[in-house]
Structures are given as structure tokens and as C-alpha cells.
Design a protein. Structure first.
Length: 320
């Protein structure tokens, strides 16, 4: 009996030591670093591509990278990230050669936006957006905008602040979160005359689906439709004050989703944050004023075409 206890004791001790060693290795090594792959592609900028890129970047990048101090995309502390992820700063992505992306090639930018691997090889954890399904033309447009003479991207020497990712972030980036593959085929723009196709493209690439599905942990970024509770809502997000904001169900279910909404109501909610008879939509649901009426209506048409999910979501109540 005593011998057995001793064996159990030694085994447990070994397990604890091994776990501690793993902890030390992951904590010391930090966020994994990958080999980068050269992408030989030079973006051809036109006034139209810069304008398109500005529209996309305003909806997709500015929320995280815009600093209220500089009025430019110089990065900031992410207040609405889950605290378990650590202290996270977005980075300076103006054209500054030292702190910004002035020294990055177009290929390096595209490689990061597609895969999540930075110029220095470091993996950008899920708190940095990735664009695995966006059309090549639109990714190029974002790069054209970052290279343009728009004041929000002009060189600004605000130093980057290094994030302090938690052990959990390092651990998840070691075992669970992996870079996306670099697409090996051309990704074409949607047929903009087909409302469902255009709406689907926007609903996926403006990232409506990840917030509005069941949980970020079960979102499938490469095959969005495989995400758990696809557009059925219930994902718990944080606002800037740390209050939990639950996302509504956007499937065409009549009772719990938006099956009974009209196109006009939806367009008003998405573009201006206005829902009749209710308080305005609040952060992190930002009004998409850059979307045209036609684009917002296309998203509605697409959402009405997906399978309904019955999932009642109560609107978050925030104590003032
Ligand atoms: C949800 C917040 C968020 C969004 C949205 C976002 N970013 Fe980021 N971005 C970050 C954070 C945080 C980092 C730092 C990542 C890290 O520490 O690894 C980052 C890093 C970067 C970097 C790397 C800079 C460097 O010096 O290594 C670039 C470039 C970048 N983002 C561009 C963009 C572009 C372009 C968009 C829009 C398509 C975008 N980001 C959208 C949060 C975001
Ligand atoms: C960052 C996460 C996030 C993203 C991205 C996002 N939403 Fe939302 N959305 C929310 C949250 C949270 C609410 C609830 C806000 C509230 O309760 O005030 C909401 C509310 C809504 C509503 C109101 C529904 C209702 O039943 O009242 C609509 C419609 C909507 N979003 C559509 C969209 C569309 C379309 C997109 C993409 C273009 C989108 N959302 C992108 C988080 C997000």
C-alpha cells in the first residue's frame, strides 16, 4: 500500500513538473513565430481603388487602429478585448518607416492580411482581423489606401506599444489558433448584380458573421457557414466599459430573428443604428454609414435566405 502511494506520489510530481516545464516554455517563447513566404505582387493604385480601400478600411481597420490622440492609424490600447487575453495594443500602421508600415512591401502587407503572419514572422493573434475570404481586388484596394496620401495614414512617428499577451493567449496561439493558408487561387469579386451573392460577400467580409454567430470560440473563419449558430446571435462581447453585449439573432426566424423585419428597417439599423421604438444600437455595433442603401439591402436579402435558427436573445441592459 505504502509503495503504491509512493508511486502515485512520484507520478503526480512528475506530471506537475512536466506541466510547469510546458508553462515555462510557452510563457518564455511567447507568441509563435512562423516562416514568412514572399508574395511578389505590386498593387496598382488608382483613385477608385484608394476610395474603395478607404471605405473598407474605415469599416474594418479604423475601429482598432485609429488613435484619438493623433487622429491617425497609429494604434491604441484595446479596451474592449477580453481581459484574459492580456494588455493588447494595436500598432502604428501609418507610412512611418520606423514604427509604421513604410518599410513593408505590398506583398508583406497582403501576406499578413491573408494569413495573420507579420513581416517579422510573429503570428498576430485573433484580436487582429484577417481577411481569408476577401476578393483579391478588395485586399489590394486596402493596401492602395494604406499607401495613399490620405491624412489618416500619412507617416506619423508615434512609437508602437508592445502588447503583453497573457499566458492564455500564448497557450492558445501555440495549440489552437493557427495562421490561415495563403490563398493559391484568385478570389474574385462577387457579382454585384446578384443581391444574394453581394449580400453574402459583405456579410462575411465585413465580419458581421463572427460577431453575430454563437461564440468566437466556435467561429470558422475559413468556412464561415460552418460556424456554430451561424448568424443565430448569442455571442457575448464587451463594450469599452467592460459590460457584456449580446449579439442579436439575424437569421430569418420569425419569433427570435429578423424574419418579420422589412428591408427598410434593417437598412436603417445597419447604416444608422436606429431600431424603431428602441434605444439606438450601441457599441460594438457601429453604424455602417459607408455602406450604400443597395449594399445594406443586399445583406438583408442574403440573411433572409439562410436557414432560420430559433434562439431568443435578450438585449443587453446596461446600468447607467
Ligand atoms: C479587432 C482589432 C483589429 C482590427 C479590426 C484590425 N487590426 Fe490590425 N492589429 C490589431 C492588433 C491588436 C495588432 C497587433 C497584433 C500583435 O500584437 O501581434 C495589429 C497589427 C496590425 C499590423 C502589423 C503591424 C506591425 O508593425 O507588425 C498591420 C499591418 C495591421 N494590423 C493592419 C490592419 C488592417 C489593414 C486592418 C483592416 C483590414 C486591421 N489591421 C484591422 C488589431 C486590429
Ligand atoms: C463587433 C461585433 C459586431 C459586428 C462586426 C457587427 N455587429 Fe451587429 N450587433 C452587434 C451587437 C453587440 C448588437 C447589439 C447592440 C445593442 O444591443 O445595442 C448588434 C445589433 C445588430 C442589429 C440589430 C438587430 C436587432 O434585433 O435589434 C443588426 C440588424 C445588426 N447588428 C446587423 C449587423 C450587420 C449587417 C453587420 C455587418 C455589416 C454587423 N451587424 C456587424 C455586434 C456586431
Amino acid at each position: 500500500m505504502k509503495k503504491l502511494l509512493k508511486i502515485v506520489g512520484i507520478t503526480l510530481l512528475c506530471i506537475v513538473l512536466i506541466l510547469f516545464a510546458i508553462f515555462l516554455i510557452i510563457n518564455f517563447r511567447g507568441i509563435p513565430v512562423y516562416e514568412t513566404q514572399a508574395v511578389n505582387h505590386t498593387v496598382i493604385s488608382t483613385p477608385k481603388s484608394v476610395q474603395r480601400g478607404k471605405k473598407l478600411a474605415t469599416m474594418l481597420c479604423a475601429g482598432c487602429h485609429m488613435s484619438s490622440e493623433t487622429g491617425k492609424l497609429t494604434g491604441k490600447l484595446m479596451l474592449d478585448g477580453p481581459p484574459e487575453f492580456g494588455e493588447i495594443y494595436s500598432l502604428n500602421i501609418t507610412q512611418d518607416k520606423t514604427y509604421g508600415i513604410g518599410n513593408w512591401t505590398d506583398g508583406e502587407l497582403i501576406y499578413l492580411l491573408r494569413t495573420g503572419i507579420r513581416k517579422n514572422g510573429a503570428y498576430a493573434p485573433p484580436y487582429m482581423a484577417k481577411l481569408p475570404n476577401m476578393a483579391d481586388e478588395d485586399v489590394d484596394a486596402i493596401v492602395s489606401f494604406l499607401r495613399s496620401d490620405d491624412p489618416i495614414v500619412s507617416a506619423d512617428p508615434t512609437p508602437d506599444q508592445e502588447s503583453k499577451p497573457s499566458f492564455l493567449t500564448k497557450f492558445l496561439c501555440t495549440v489552437a489558433f493557427k495562421p490561415f493558408p495563403m490563398p493559391d487561387q484568385v478570389i474574385a469579386m462577387p457579382d454585384t448584380t446578384n443581391k444574394v451573392e453581394l449580400g453574402k460577400y459583405l456579410a462575411l467580409n465585413l465580419d458581421c458573421f463572427s460577431c453575430h454567430s454563437a461564440d468566437f470560440k466556435t467561429v470558422d473563419y475559413l468556412m464561415p457557414e460552418n460556424s456554430k449558430g451561424y448568424f443565430g446571435g448569442g455571442n457575448k462581447l464587451l463594450n469599452m466599459e467592460g459590460d457584456v453585449m449580446i449579439t442579436p439573432n439575424l437569421t430569418p426566424d420569425n419569433e427570435t430573428g429578423i424574419g418579420a423585419w422589412t428591408e427598410g428597417q434593417f437598412v436603417k439599423a445597419v447604416r444608422f443604428g436606429i431600431v424603431d421604438g428602441q434605444e439606438a444600437l450601441r457599441y460594438p455595433m457601429m453604424p455602417y454609414t459607408q455602406l450604400t442603401q443597395k449594399e445594406a439591402a443586399a445583406i438583408f436579402t442574403y440573411l433572409q435566405s439562410i436557414p432560420p435558427i430559433s434562439n431568443k436573445v435578450e438585449r443587453s441592459i446596461i446600468e447607467q
